[in-house]
Write a protein that binds this ligand. Sequence first.
Ligand code: SIN
Ligand code: CO
Length: 377
Amino acid sequence: MRKIPGGLAVHTFLREYWQKKPLLIRQAFPDFKGLLNPQQLISLACTEDIQARLITQRQKKWQLHHGPFTKIEFDKLGKSKWTVLVQEVNHILPQAARLLQHFSFIPHARLDDLMVSYATQGGGVGPHFDSYDVFLLQGCGRRRWQISAQQDHTLIEHAPLKILRSFKAEQEWVLEPGDMLYLPPHYAHNGIAEDDCMTYSIGFRAPTYQELAEQFLVYLQDRVRLDGIYADPYLKAQSHPSEISADLLRQVQHTIEKIKWGKRDIANFIGSYLSEPKPHIFFDPPAKPLSRLRFEQALRTRGIMLLPKSQILCHGETLFINGIAHTVDQDTYRLLRSLADTRQLGAASTLTSMALELLYQCYLDGYIALMENKRKV
Ligand code: SIN
Ligand code: CO
């Protein structure tokens, strides 16, 4: 039976809690002390191209700053209440990407990122709600979580961040390292650092219907092909030339109604859209790439891993690799689906020539890397 961290059966979690109600899991990750220390997190927050926020609280006044920061800015904070939050830590630390694999009981298409926060005693982001499901895993230190099913989601006006005007905690717990709290979307919560502490937020994504519709229209725009040109050989004289005639409208309506799409378009669209890297993400191709032959030899002896920023989603016989659809044969599909599932492919895997071709291209694009050569270690 598949289990979620902490031991609850996956099907019970999905049936009883997912998108329905909160769940506190004591010692979901026994002995978990965190993946990085506060100084390392601060260094990340001071790095270009990393999304970081700093939230300070002084006399009940909230302030929000966006990174990258300088170390001096952190030194100046002194003993005040503050918290720094860094997004997409799973793109930077391989151990963070591995932590996310414990959450593979939720499809990869729904996973967003791992955000890590550090807060000084009393610090936090204030009472709020998120639009997404989240698992809040406690790293070092302790954090008090207060939660509420309240329907009043009115926010404080003109505050620089989303803070609930009136938060009425209904339940609260102090989380120790390794404890985890699951919250469904729109569940009000407030996390206050009991002492200097770090929290790991495993966040999920759910596009709005509006976003889906708009993006699907963008997808269609590149694929729609309608022959012909507007024609009016039977044009009637109009007493008001400025008026758009019913005939013109009818012809346009008939033309637009010819735009059709099917299940295949929906699958192609959603696979490409959900596997597409966010606009700020860039890949680093290898500086001195191996030749195709050397790559193949290395692949057979060392295996490969999907690099943390890469995403492969699969459907039917199509692989969506970082936003691009590749329709492949069944054996290639099975092989690369296993790479997508586990983010690695063992040395002994049987390769099809199509798989080899795709993997070599992925290697050149900086999407995958060869595993460390064990003999060298
Ligand atoms: C935090 O880590 O302080 C914020 C997490 C959250 O409330 O979503
Ligand atoms: Co939140």
